[in-house]
Design a binder for this molecule. Sequence first.
Ligand code: HEM
Length: 511
Amino acid sequence: MAIVHNQIHDSLSAQALAFAKANFLLLIFASVLARALYKRYASPLRHIPGPVLASCSRLWKVWSTYSGHTELDHIALHQKYGPVVRTAPNEVSFGSTNAAKDIFAVGKGFHKTMFYSVFPPKHAPDIFTEVREWKHAQMKRYAVTPYSLAQMQKRSEPIEGMIMSLMEHLTNYSINSGKVCNLGNLLHYFAFDVLGEVAFSRRFGFLEAEVDVEGSIKNIDDVQWYDGIVGQIPEFDILLRNNPLRPYLPFWKPNPTTMTRIAVEELEKRKQPDGTFDSTGIDLLAELLRAHEGNSEKFSVNDVFSIAHGAVFAGSDSTASTMQSFFYLVLNNASVYANLTEEINKAQKAGELSEIVTYAEAQRLEYFQACLKEAMRIRPAVGLGIYRNVPQEGVEIDGKFYPGGTQVAVNGWVLHRDKTVFGDDVEVYRPERWFERDAKFMGSHLYQFGGGSHLCIGRNLALFEMNKALIQILREFEITLVHPGRPLQYHSTFFVVQEGLEVYMKKRSQK
Ligand code: HEM
C-alpha cells in the first residue's frame, strides 16, 4: 500500500516539475500577478482610490521619484482622486491641511519611516536621518540651543561677511550691465558658504571662486537623488550603496562626499592631545562640543559630528532653492516687484534700514514678508513627501481610522494648494493674499519647514540669512530677468534643485 502511495506521489511530483519547467514564465507571471492582486485587495486600504500600479507595488513611488517631479505627480493625483490617495500598497497620501494637522500633532506617535534611514552617513544618523524616535529626541534636545535664533544672531558677523561678499560679486556683474549674472548659482554658493561659516567657521570658497568647489553641489545632488529613489524601497539599500561587499570591490569603493571629508577634518582639527576636544568658539560644531561636555553618555562625539555634518546637507540646497524661488516669482510679477522695491526704498529713505539689514528691520517690511511666505507656499523647497508610520494601535486622521502598519505621506506642494485655507487662486503667486485673508490661520498651515516634533531645526538660520540677504540685494540692485517668463529648470531629489535664474544686475543710484 505504502509503495503504491509513494509511486503516485513521485509521479505527481514529476508531473508538477515537468509542468513548471514547460511553463516557467507563465508561473512567474502568475505569481507576480497573484502577489499584486493580494497587495491590492487584501489590504485594509483597498477602498482608497489611486493609481492601480500604486495599489499593487511601490514601483509607482519609485518611478514618480525617479521622474524628478513627484511633487507635480502628487498635485495631479490629488486633483484626480481627492484628498486621500493610495500611493503604495501600504501608503496613503493626504492632500488636506486637516490631515496634516493630525499627522504632525506632537505626541500622537507618528514616527519617521525607514525612508530617512537611507540618507548618509549610515554609521552616524543625524537629527534628520535618525528613525529611532527616542534617539532623535535626545539629539534634538542638545541641538536646540545651538540652532536657536539667539545663537544665529551671535553669528551675525560671519553671516554678514558672506552677505558683503555676495554683494561684491553682484556688483562685479552690475559694472557691465549687459553681463549675464547667474543669480541662482550665486545664491546656491552663498547658501553653502554660510553653512561653512556657521557650522565650522570655515570658508568653503564657493562664492569666492564662483564655482561648485570639487563638484560638491553636484555630488550632494547625486547622493540625494539616490536617497529619494531608494528611500521608497529602503530594504534595497543593502544591495546598492550600503552593500557590505563594496569596500572589497576596487571599482565600487565607497567615496565620501567632499562635505563629509570636510566635516571629519574639522572635528579632527579640534581634537586635543588628551583626547578631548577644543570647544571654544561660536560655530555650531563648537556649541555642540560644549553640549557634549558633561553629557558625553547621552550626547556622544559621534552625535556632534553627525549633527554638524547634517547641517550642510539639510541646510544648503533647501535655503538656496527658497531664495531662487523667491527671486523667480518676484521678478516674473512686475507689480509685485514694483511694490516690493517701493517698500524697501521707502524704508531706506526713512533711515529704517541699517547698512546691513538686521533681522528685526526685515520683520517690519510687511510686504517683503508676504512675498517670502507666498514663495514658500507655492514652491516649497522640499519636493518629496514627508513620510510617517501610523502608530501601532492605529489612529484617526481627518476623521477616518487607519490601522497600524500604514504609512502616510504629505507633500508641501499639495498641502499649500488647499483652497479651503489659501483661497481659490492657489496656483497664482499673489503676496496680497496675506493681507486679504486670515494670515495667522494660513501661516499655521504652511509646511515648508515640516511640522511637529520634526519641525526643521535649521529654520532660524534659514530665515535669518534669507531675511537679511534678500532685502540687501533688492535694496542695492535693480534686477531684470534675462529670459522673462522662462520657467526654472528643476528636479526634486529630496529638495527642489533649481537652475536657470539668469539676470542683469544694475546698481541702484540712490542709497
Ligand atoms: C529654507 C530653508 C529650509 C527649508 C525649506 C527646510 C525644510 C525642512 C523640512 C520640510 C523638514 C522636515 C522634513 C521631514 O520631516 O521629513 C526639515 C527638517 C530638518 N531641517 Fe530643514 N529646511 C531648511 C533649512 C535648514 C537649515 C539651514 C538646516 C541646518 C542648518 C536644516 C536642518 C534640518 C534638520 C536637521 C531637520 C530634521 C529635523 C527633525 O527631524 O527633527 N534645515 N527641514
